[in-house]
Design a protein around this ligand. Sequence first.
Ligand SMILES: [Zn+2]
Length: 267
Amino acid sequence: MLPRGVPLLKPNDHRGLMARVDALRADPRVRVGEIGVVKGHPVPVLRLTDPTPGPKLKVLITAGVHGNEPCGPAAALLYVDQLLADPKALAGLDVTVVPAVNPTAYIANTRRVPNTPGPDGEDVDLNRTFGAADAPPEAANMVRYLTGRRYDVALDLHSGSAKKRGFWTLHRGAEDLLVPAMARFAERWPVLRKDTKSYTISHPGVGTSTNRSTLKDFVYAQGTPRTVTLEAPGSLDYMQMVLGENAMVHAIVGELRAQAARGAAVG
Ligand SMILES: [Zn+2]
């Protein structure tokens, strides 16, 4: 649900996204930092930590790796608004959010990084360059920031084509978390149930891919035991994609909390 009075970020509204981040600087509950500056655009990072004593589950949320998948940045900022609107939502959590990893692609509404040729001479797909040699600055910034950092779970927010009719996840090490989380999510939202090009679906809404040098693979290699790419189906309208992806974040973090409460998951 949308917190009262907070409008959804419009698709590819980078100015609106930065204004939202600037407004959060005034909130003492949010630490606003910068991963770096890419082609003149600061890449902000937000951190919200439950102020009460006790262990915290560390959650990383990244979005906007592909600029033409704007539901991710909106779903990530909506999650921040929800954490601030309800102290119970932040209970036991230490949440880091990078809402726009690839600012120029987000502004241009392109999948690939504009005017940044990759090995094949075409503009590069950023999500094949994390940890790779000659990575563009968008990935190099993230690699520098994430090196040596470890989270209990990392969620990277994306979306798929209009041919996809349901939400799905692609993961490393997170099946125990995702199978119950996506089963609960599927009570209200459509999920992908069959293999589709380049993805193997093991359970409803839960899959793996063979793509390399993705952000989730890099974070996994740094020691985060569960890393997940979240995908919204392009067959839905923008608002449904945002709300559904946001609901997936809640379902996964909720399951992480439930497992930690059972003493099974805190790492
Ligand atoms: Zn994507």
